[in-house]
Design a protein around this ligand. Sequence first.
Ligand SMILES: Cc1cc2nc3c(=O)[nH]c(=O)nc-3n(C[C@H](O)[C@H](O)[C@H](O)COP(=O)(O)OP(=O)(O)OC[C@H]3O[C@@H](n4cnc5c(N)ncnc54)[C@H](O)[C@@H]3O)c2cc1C
Length: 589
Amino acid sequence: MSYYRTPRENINFVLFDVLDSQCLSQTERFADATEEIFSAVIDEAGKLAENVLLPINESGDRQGAKYDPETKTVTTPEGFKEAYQIYQQGGWSGLSADPEFGGQGLPHLLKMVVDEMVCSTNLSFGMYPGLSHGAIDALTMHASSELQDKYLGKLIEGEWTGTMCLTEPHCGTDLGLIRTKAEPQTDGSYNISGTKIWITGGEQDLTDNILHLVLAKLPDAPNSSKGISLFLVPKFLEDGSRNPAFCGGLEHKMGIKGSATCVMNFEGAKGWLIGEENQGLKCMFTMMNAARIMVGMQGLGLAETAYQVSLGFAKERLQSRSLTGPKAPNEAADPIIVHPDVRRMLLRQKVLNEGSRAMAYWTGLHMDLSHSLEDQDARQKSDDILQLMTPVVKSFLTDEGFFSIDQALQSMGGSGFTQDWPVEQLLRDARISRIYEGTNGIQALDLVGRKLTMNGGRLARTYFTELNAMLSEISNDIHKANCLAFMKALQGSLVWLAKEAIQDPEQAGAAATPLLRMFALTSIAVLWARMADTASKEDVAAKYNAEFLGSKVKCADHFYRLYKPEMSALHEEVCAGKDTLMTFSEGEF
Ligand SMILES: Cc1cc2nc3c(=O)[nH]c(=O)nc-3n(C[C@H](O)[C@H](O)[C@H](O)COP(=O)(O)OP(=O)(O)OC[C@H]3O[C@@H](n4cnc5c(N)ncnc54)[C@H](O)[C@@H]3O)c2cc1C
């Protein structure tokens, strides 16, 4: 059953009309990234998603990845191997990778658009090449030229895949606790020993080799996160011999069942240092912006599909009559889309999905600008926005993606809960995105503890300057006033935080999650004002149909109706501080 169509109009509208992303082609680095190139790539990605990945999504969920304890190998679900070949031959692995190593050097923003479509149609499949991108970034930025020459090309061509081996049985968030050991060898390599768990794509049958990026500790390393180093550990060594890095089993999970989540045993496997000794966590951090935003796109991609399914259902399912009299008098009942409560669920999905897409692309555009603009101050400004918004995009898109799919399921009644429809799988698949790549609670701490305090608070100042610049171009006074109310609530919360957190870090810990949500809602409020304004421009009217454009102003109004009151509530929650949280003794729980 085909239940997803690339939301092409919405993607184009945000990319080219709202954000003018084609401005990237004016930079030397992205000179090829014209609107035509963007469009051609998105067309092809749409075909891949709709024709190759979607048809094996449900079967992949039902079959799951399989482990053979005899051979310690993993078999991916039927069709994944063939789909991977198509993915690889299409050059998708190297879309945004460095041309020096065989990549296409296109903007990361374009890769985000492609990621959204891949995640919309088959998240389990997307995880296999998805983890390679982190490995590509880490090797490009930190590996010696010798390692780059040997391994980067194969990763970028997609001939091999990469993994990220961080988590261990006793530690996920607090990586300072890892026990995996790296013993230096006389030939300059290291012997890696230890067990990693929940390693995505740790073993698979899609590629001939797998490159594991492993966090481990040197014998004399400090006993904290400052003592972690990063190593490259190939499954097969250059001479073709098997490196002792074996899969010990697969996790049985509630979702993404087609993605192999592996226990990995490193039994004195040969590895090579990436970057400097004891700087492993720093190396991981530099590649985390892209990886976290990619996880955000998972939430959005799945929510988009759920919206499409539930909207189609609401137009077809006949139940009860409209409260204002029959709308389909020739039928036994009206389609459920006439009912205010069903509309409430559909419209919440719509304004959040479209608003989240605008926020994510806006952040992605700043990522590319931070790497390509000539003017140093302008680069810095874009980097500030990228740094600040990365945890916001990761958390908000995955939290709201999940809740949005839940609204889709609810709006479909019992049908949504059954496997006759794809929404229950989407809900199960989406759940993990709120946990991995740093839980959403940890993202909020990153925002409050690191990003807001960096450079004397400069990131937040840059953020508000940028929002004010966008607002100064908005012609709708009511939208403008609404946006100012969002900004005022957020600024009020930040003032409270600045005062309280200095004296007591637990105040910041208590405020972190509601504060992150305020950043997301404020960003989307301003972007909705901009989308509504853009929709009323003459040159834009020629490109889209009237209903598509007309819906934008209504969506902006609906967004303010839904979330302006929540901003006041969130502000109150922030300022309530830690008291009712921290006064409970453990026995009182
Ligand atoms: C399907 C799947 C795929 C995965 N893929 C990979 C992979 O490819 N590579 C890899 O290395 N790992 C992977 N992981 C692991 C994943 O990244 C971790 O699960 C995640 O980082 C959280 O760690 P944890 O589960 O140990 O939770 P814990 O660290 O035990 O945290 C438990 C809870 O406590 C909270 N918490 C912890 N510390 C704090 C704090 N200081 N302040 C506030 N709250 C806190 C957390 O937010 C969370 O809610 C995967 C996991 C799954 C389930």
